[in-house]
Design a binder for this molecule. Sequence first.
Ligand code: GLC
Length: 552
Amino acid sequence: MDKTYWYKDAVFYQIWPRSFKDGDGDGMGDLYGVLEKLDYIRDLGCTAIWFSPLYPSPGVDCGYDVSDYMDISGEFGGMEAFRKVLEGAHERGMKVIMDLVVNHTSTEHEWFLKSRQRIDPYTDYYIWRDPKAGGRLPNNWDSMFGGKAWQWDDVRGQYYLHLFAPEQADLNMDNPLVREEIKKIMTFWLDMGVDGFREDVITFISKREGLPDDKLLPASKGIFHYSHGPRLHEYLSEFRRDVLGKYDCLVLAEAPLVTPKKALEYITESDDNELDMMIQFETMCADCLFVDYVRMPFSLRKLKRRFSSWQKSLEGKGWNMLYLENHDHSRVVSRYGSEEFRGESAKLLACCYLFQKGTPFIFQGQELGMINYPARTLEDYQDVQTLNTRTSLSVQRRLRIYSKASRDHARTPVQWSGKKHAGFSEAEPWFHVNPGYTEINAEDQQKDPQSVLNFYRKAVELRKSIPVVKNGSYREYMPLSGRFYVYERYDTDASLVVICRFSSSPGRFRAPKGIDLSEYELILSNYDDAPLTKRGFDARSWECRVYLKNNK
Ligand code: GLC
């Protein structure tokens, strides 16, 4: 099947179903809620939806522990509701992609239940090992969610590998039968009309033969023995050849630690490339060291270096996936922006990525400028990763880190209105509603032309209507500035310049050589007026401006 590359024109909206909208009144988000809000997503200008997992699951990792890949959880409305959503999205011209979580399954999955009893063909579906001499663990790898990556199973009398929670057992992808299962799952959803997959930690599926100890960098937990493992290319090519290549679908891969150079091994454009886009983490680490829970002061220079490195390295070769929020990171206004200048900084953050080259993703609530939840105690957190991370520190320090880094901040219910429970549900919601909902909610923002929501709508509309945003080259100015992020998208027909002042204090913007703003038209900004002075302007707190010049 020839690819149409539809995803290059798409703007995605990510739905994390539990907290999006409750449609059946049980306090948990579901697909009936999604049906109510399809017009809202379309009106934001989005043309595609990524669903975080909707499958049946015990919910240890909020759905990323799947117990049946070919069904939709009854909590979310089951298959019937899903088919309605799929149809409703397609009717509105929106594509739908599913989360495909196949590095691991829930330990309640039928495969695991049979594997632990050595019932064929499931016996080798997982990574089982005997203890080493002296009863030691099979190797020294750590779990991403704290503790060791091995769990003893009494039924089988062996250890199994779990790179995440003990309830998420890693599949043995080296077993061809497992790969056949994955292909069946892919085919099932694609035949139903789904438009592609976001593949969860897919770069972890091939583990180094022999599962050696991490001797070089034990602090890295073994990651270099399973990230981009020895047979990853082979498996991804097999999935493309046998299934994905037969559909006009998007294959988006989550890839912790991936660099642009590495990404190009998978995404260099062709009809049979292994992947279409990758979710990199580099631009999400401008205020942390590799992972969100090791905090650093926010560095604009670091953020800019990484934005620019992805933009420049992929130019003409591969396609970028652009994002600033998802269900695994806290709210970006609270990280890279300012809660004090919430509206201004939320709008600036929109501009800083929406005009880059690639396919942008907006995470539910980001378009409202939602901020972190003001948690006070450890009991305020629920996320399995948060609660198992940095547990050797004092409670005070943990609370300080979690207040910035916890994934739970992204997982509070979407604030639809100023009414009870933020209009998310009639019933008591499954998780805290951010008390800020009376100030920050969709209903009020829809009526307010100056709202963050309406700004996002305008920005998305502009992005879709200006060709240079899709295809133009990228150039960064003032790379050493710690306050301004300035980039240009250009081709022979046009030049679009985005200027962002990342600071609560005002400061003078001097246009770089070659850019005469008086020749440009201002097409978007987060202040009512935008006076120019000779060769620049006095930028206010978190001011951003987008200028366009047509050369024709
Ligand atoms: C991915 C998901 C995350 C999940 C983990 C384990 O990183 O985005 O939410 O906890 O994989 O499946």
